[in-house]
Design a protein around this ligand. Structure first.
Ligand code: PGA
Length: 259
């Protein structure tokens, strides 16, 4: 499956980098990644740096993602950002349902669903994060957890819209911990996600939806993850803040496409 899906490597900068630091980092990345790649590269800085990063990467192979949005259109929602504001500054993707949003900011499957619909309505591609906790894994509840998150996130979304989404499998126990899921563990869940999406879309065929892995991806483990048939790229946190490390991950994605 993976051979027919273009890989995506997305850097989730989380709440790191002031706008001046973001400017420096994106210039560094641009100098390392300014050639043609057969994979998509995305930088997802904090809101306040989006515009500045957009002006630096314009015309390059690097694209722009945001880390969240609010589901309402422009309205009285102090502190929030709407989808059309993101689209207007050149954002193409938006990370939704990240486990940090779920655990620190009361994100649930219903709000993720509303945000996905709002993003699609503004022609933004949602990167929908799902993943289990260590406790859920130890209790044998990985598939149950992922199913619930996927069904909740994609409720009442038509198939052709679902196919515009990207899924990121991010086991919570692997995020920021240095403990990456093994390629076998990740592949098993990615294959389950792909089958679940086909079921949700009522399709008897395997669907070409990009499914990214996230959780302590680094230059040194990226190639073995990208070699798995259902892993179509990575959502990278910590390592995306180091230009050389991030470009090593992009190179691993590019090289995996050559085989
Ligand atoms: P990490 O974060 O690469 O630092 O584990 C991944 C993420 O949270 O998206």
């Amino acid at each position: 499956m993976s051979q027919s899906i273009k890989k995506i490597v997305a850097g989730n900068w989380k709440m790191f980098q002031t706008p001046s630091q973001a400017e420096k980092l994106s210039k560094e990345l641009l100098s390392l990644l300014n050639s043609a790649y057969n994979c998509a590269i995305l930088l997802c800085p904090p809101y306040v740096s989006l515009d500045r990063v957009a002006s630096i990467i314009r015309g390059s192979p690097i694209g722009l993602g945001a880390q969240d949005l609010h589901w309402e259109e422009q309205s009285a929602r102090t502190g929030k950002i709407s989808g059309d504001m993101l689209a207007d500054i050149g954002v193409s993707h938006v990370i939704l349902g990240h486990s940090e949003q779920r655990s620190y900011f009361h994100e649930d499957d219903l709000s993720v669903n509303k945000k996905i619909k709002a993003a699609l309505g503004c022609k933004l591609r949602p990167i929908i994060c799902v993943g289990e906790s260590l406790e859920q894994r130890e209790k044998g509840k990985v598939e149950e957890t992922i199913s619930k998150q996927l069904n909740g996130a994609l409720k009442d979304i038509p198939k052709e819209k679902i196919l515009q989404c990207v899924i990121a499998y991010e086991p919570i126990w692997a995020i920021g911990t240095g403990k990456t899921a093994s390629p076998e563990q990740a592949q098993e869940v990615h294959s389950f996600i792909r089958k679940s999406i086909a079921k949700i879309c009522d399709s008897s065929q395997v669907l070409p939806m990009p499914i990214l892995y996230g959780g302590s991806v680094k230059g040194e483990n990226a190639a073995s993850l990208f070699a798995c048939p259902d892993i179509n790229g990575a959502l990278v946190g910590g390592a995306s803040l180091k230009a050389r490390e991030f470009s090593a991950i992009v190179e691993a994605a590019r090289d995996s496409g050559k085989k």
